[in-house]
Design a protein around this ligand. Structure first.
Ligand SMILES: Nc1nc2c(ncn2[C@@H]2O[C@H](COP(=O)(O)OP(=O)(O)OP(=O)(O)O)[C@@H](O)[C@H]2O)c(=O)[nH]1
Ligand SMILES: [Mg+2]
Length: 329
């Protein structure tokens, strides 16, 4: 499943420092030669991929980034200090383009990867450079050059490995909120979620993986009814589906069938995608109902079902183990 996060920023590398005009002044050396130093180079603008970032949100609040200018040259042929590079962290998977032409500057995939997007201007030359036989005391110097400036378009393509699907109000957003640091809106009415929410969940080996909470699907979703339709298209790209069912609903089995029918009619192999059926809100049903449900489920499939309570934090460890196993296989 792919989500696109984008931002526009202006970057300006540092200007080179000016060269200067100066002459050597030493005791016992009359009319010392030219000794004006060169200006330092301007700092670069560098993007660096960072696996701890998930979004381009930082770039939505601030849009102009400027690297430090180089310093002027000094006397005694001292070159001015170079401007410091400005390193901007972006999430892994960020593509950088020139806004105007659309030309791709680069694609930052792996943690730590860097891309120089704007070079600093060169420093100017001091008068020491212009000494010649004709001119023993040049007053000439050059100015530093402006740093490169670009309007950039950043685009992040996030792939969710796991999609959480189900009827409205099943508790999908609640589940992603307890599994990850995502804080979607949760409410006691259907269609609370209008666009997918992404959350990063840590795998046992420490890697992060993205879960997506998909807006509620309803009967007819595959034919364009409801909000979930657009998202069925995205679900195609997930590896694993968590099908969440409200165990306290009037007929949970019928609820399951509604969703399965939509997955099937949508086609594109969605119905064959690895899927874990999970009953949520288990604390709301008594043991008699639970037994009843389990019995009916046995007739249906041997695949096994899980019962959880997202709100009470029950059964989540078992669910996660099952998810990691499925993702490995
Ligand atoms: N009792 C109980 N209520 C739950 C549980 N999980 C979620 N809920 C409640 O169910 C309601 C719906 O939860 P959401 O997480 O918004 O459901 P959703 O599936 O994201 O709904 P949509 O976004 O509308 O599709 C909220 O009032 C939650 O507090 C649970 O384990 N037990
Ligand atoms: Mg929701």
């Amino acid at each position: 499943m792919q989500f696109i996060d984008q931002a526009q920023v202006k970057v300006r590398a540092g200007r080179g420092g000016d060269g200067i005009v100066a002459f050597r002044r030493e005791k016992y050396v009359p009319a010392g030669g030219p000794a004006g130093g060169d200006g330092g180079n301007g700092g670069k603008i560098v993007f660096k991929a960072d696996a701890n970032l998930q979004t381009l949100l930082d770039f939505k609040f601030k849009q102009l980034f400027v690297a430090q200018d180089g310093r002027r040259g000094g006397p005694s042929k001292c070159t001015g200090a170079s401007g410091k590079d400005l390193v901007l962290k972006v999430p892994c998977g960020t593509e950088v383009r020139d806004l105007e032409t659309g030309i791709i500057f680069g694609d930052l995939q792996d943690h730590g990867e860097t891309l120089v997007v704007a070079f600093g201007g060169n420093g100017g030359l001091g008068n020491a450079h212009f000494l010649s036989n004709r001119n023993r005391a040049p007053e000439k110097f050059t100015e530093g050059i402006d740093g490169e400036e670009w309007l950039l378009h950043l685009e992040l393509k996030l792939l969710a490995e796991v999609g959480i699907i189900g009827l409205p109000n099943a508790g999908k957003s609640t589940l992603i909120s307890v599994l990850s640091s995502a804080r979607p809106k949760i409410a006691d009415y259907p269609f609370t979620t209008l666009i997918p929410n992404l959350g990063v969940v840590r795998k046992p080996n420490g890697d992060g993986t993205v879960f997506a909470d998909i807006p509620g699907l309803i009967e007819g979703a595959s034919k364009g009814i409801g909000l979930g339709h657009d998202f069925l298209r995205h679900i195609e790209r997930t590896k694993l589906l968590i099908h969440l069912v409200d165990a306290s609903s009037l007929d949970p089995i019928k609820d399951i069938e509604i969703i399965e029918k939509e997955l099937d009619s949508y086609g594109h192999g969605l119905i064959d995608r690895p899927r874990i059926v999970v009953f949520n809100k288990k604390e709301l049903i008594d043991s008699k109902l639970l037994g009843n449900l389990t019995e009916r489920l046995q007739e249906r499939s041997k695949n096994g079902y899980l019962y959880i309570s997202a709100v009470m934090n029950q059964g989540l460890g078992t669910l996660m183990n099952k998810i990691w196993k499925k993702l490995e296989s």
